[in-house]
Design a protein around this ligand. Structure first.
Ligand code: SAM
Length: 233
């Protein structure tokens, strides 16, 4: 019998926003794995910290800082091999992910490599999308409206084309792309009314009208929410 690979969403930042199911799995799996920067702490590990019992074996998946190499296939190949050895041995492994594992989560790269070989369970987490809407008190979509999720590294022309037809949009992965995104929103007359949320549900959460944000100070863990029109009653 091999072990089970769990992809566990641990929520957007506040450790209280982890699900009971995720908590239970962290109590019973002997090995946890998580991505981390080349140097420094893992966000997923720090969110889940209060829920991880002492003495767990940990597999740290160190990711390169250079965005040109992202996602680093060799880091995931190596992690998959390490995790595979544990699963072959009959032990379960929980790969913890910030937010939800299948919403732009790095768990997907491991799922890709191991999903056909071992039993897998994915435990959904509260994603940053939900956390940012809640933090900004901005309902996302209603009735037959559509929501576009747009990664900020997209080309400005593509962003523009999608924003032109979106009822509502969430723009993620901001960081150094924030200035470009703000220019496009301004051009489309969508800057006023857009909300900016950084580090939602964390101790240093920021919620502000986007028009007040300095684009040079926007971190990676930030999102812009845009709506056309009112929700209406
Ligand atoms: C690689 S995606 C991971 C998303 C994650 N799996 C989820 O379900 O929320 C990272 C992007 O999600 C957004 N994000 C994640 N956590 C956030 C938070 N606490 N506050 C604001 N944005 C966040 C940011 O736009 C960030 O660039």
């Amino acid at each position: 019998m091999t072990g089970t690979l769990y992809g566990v969403g641990v929520g957007p930042g506040d450790p209280d926003l982890i699900t009971l199911k995720a908590h239970k799995i962290l109590q019973m799996t002997p090995v946890i794995a998580y991505p981390a920067p080349e140097v420094g702490d893992s966000l997923a590990r720090s969110i889940a910290a209060p829920h991880i019992p002492h003495g767990r074996r940990e597999i740290i998946i160190r990711m390169p800082l250079d965005p040109k190499n992202f996602p680093d296939r060799s880091a995931y190949d190596q992690a998959a091999a390490e995790i595979s050895a544990v699963l072959q041995n009959g032990e379960d492994v929980a790969v913890i992910c910030e937010g939800d594992p299948f919403f732009y989560g790095s768990f997907m790269y491991l799922f890709d490599r191991l999903g056909d070989v071992f039993p897998v369970q994915v435990v959904p987490g509260i994603s940053s999308l939900m956390a940012c809407a809640a933090a900004s008190l901005m309902p996302l979509v209603a009735r037959t409206e559509t929501l576009s999720v747009l990664p900020a590294p997209m080309a400005a022309a593509d962003l523009r084309a999608r924003l032109e037809v979106a009822d509502a949009a969430a723009i993620i992965k901001l960081g150094r792309h924030a200035g470009k995104v703000m220019d496009v929103l301004k051009d489309l007359n969508l800057l006023q009314g857009a909300q900016y949320v950084a580090h939602a549900t964390m101790d240093d959460q920021q919620v502000r009208p986007l028009a007040e944000v300095d684009p040079t100070e926007v971190p990676y863990f930030a999102m812009i929410l845009v709506r056309r029109g009112e929700v209406g009653s």
